[in-house]
Design a protein around this ligand. Structure first.
Ligand SMILES: NC(=O)c1ccc[n+]([C@@H]2O[C@H](COP(=O)([O-])OP(=O)(O)OC[C@H]3O[C@@H](n4cnc5c(N)ncnc54)[C@H](OP(=O)(O)O)[C@@H]3O)[C@@H](O)[C@H]2O)c1
Length: 300
């Protein structure tokens, strides 16, 4: 039997990162939490005796120190916004400090060769740039986990839900609504044991339209919810004004993600991604289960 891995999780306060850290811990790895602010509370990890170190994924020198100080050999990372080098400096720092393999939380929006994604494809492009850095620096020891559409994205409708009317550009758009915890379990398991695969697409176990999701939210919060179909322009306005999403991103999102023919299963990797959620995470959480566990977030 091989000895337990020493793993470092950058971003353990996150919805995915926290569960990745917990899973790796439960599966026998020695876990280190690398945080911008190590004093932050992480409810699911606070009671466990897990070492914390300070590090910022945009500051390579803090990454080197954290890895060298702890002797970690395997890392989980998020995309860190700010630089435009595909996190090349940070990923190089991981390698030079002794990290042997990396699990990167990427995105299912990447549908083609990572080196052929144009910059106009905002979300797939920024994730593909990090995957390219990982490929160049870690080769087969860089793993990209590419999740579908998070169940937690439904919280963007919270204020509309509380007001009783949900405005959407395409209520028929079909998504997988994957639970962030399920993604964390996939990442944590790969972190603790490794995988032969370089790219691991994962989606939630069932597709649901926004219509179905809003009906379920209404049932759980005990409120009658009406859906009003709005124009793409109005949806962009709401995303940028109310949700403070940068306008160019909101435009890309409304056109490409919630566009007229949006159905996540049109993606070439969909069948593989469904297979993976069962392969890496034996009992995936349905949207209904995620919602009942997170009902309070809609009412807070
Ligand atoms: N939403 C979707 O449908 C979707 C789909 C596919 C992929 N994704 C990917 O999933 C990500 C969101 O995952 P999530 O919901 O788990 O995120 P989250 O809950 O917002 O957590 C983000 C984590 O990243 C950490 N972080 C941010 N900047 C950092 C930095 N410079 N250095 C170190 N840590 C840093 C945060 O730490 P602090 O506590 O310091 O803030 C936090 O722990 C997206 O950014 C995207 O890449 C999302």
């Amino acid at each position: 039997m091989s000895s337990p891995r020493t793993v470092i999780v950058f971003g353990p306060t996150g919805k995915v990162g926290s569960v990745a850290a917990l899973t790796a811990h439960e599966e026998g790895a020695k876990v280190i939490l690398a945080m911008r602010d190590p004093s932050k509370s992480i409810p699911i990890l606070d009671g466990l005796c897990i070492e914390r170190v300070q590090a910022d994924l945009t500051k390579p020198e803090t990454i080197s120190t954290a890895v060298r100080q702890t002797g970690a050999k395997h890392a989980f990372i998020y995309i860190a916004h700010g630089g435009n080098d595909g996190m090349r400096g940070s990923i190089t720092a991981l390698k030079n400090a002794g990290i042997e393999s990396v699990v990167f939380l990427s995105s299912f929006t990447i549908k083609h060769d990572i080196r052929a994604v144009p910059p106009t494809e905002l979300v797939p492009y920024i994730h593909a740039q990090v995957e390219i850095s990982l490929d160049d620096i870690f080769a087969e020891n860089g793993v990209a986990v590419r999740p579908g559409y998070f169940a937690s994205n439904s919280l963007q409708m919270k204020s509309d839900c509380l007001a009783g009317e949900v405005k959407l550009p395409n209520p028929d758009a079909l998504f997988d609504w994957i639970a962030p915890g399920d993604i964390g379990r996939v990442c944590g398991s790969i972190l603790a044991h490794g995988t032969e695969e370089r790219v691991v697409p994962v989606v939630g176990p069932h597709k649901l339209s926004y219509h179905e999701v809003v009906a379920e939210i209404g049932r759980v919060i005990g409120k009658e919810l009406r859906i009003t179909k709005v124009s793409g322009e109005e949806a962009v306005q709401v995303m940028s004004d109310k949700l403070h999403v940068p306008r160019h991103f909101a435009e890309w999102f409304v056109t490409n993600i919630t566009g007229d023919s949006s159905d996540i299963s049109n993606s070439p990797d969909y069948a593989k991604a469904v297979e993976n959620i069962w392969k890496y995470n034996k009992e995936p959480v349905t949207f209904e289960q995620w919602l009942s566990e997170n009902k309070a977030l809609f009412l807070a």
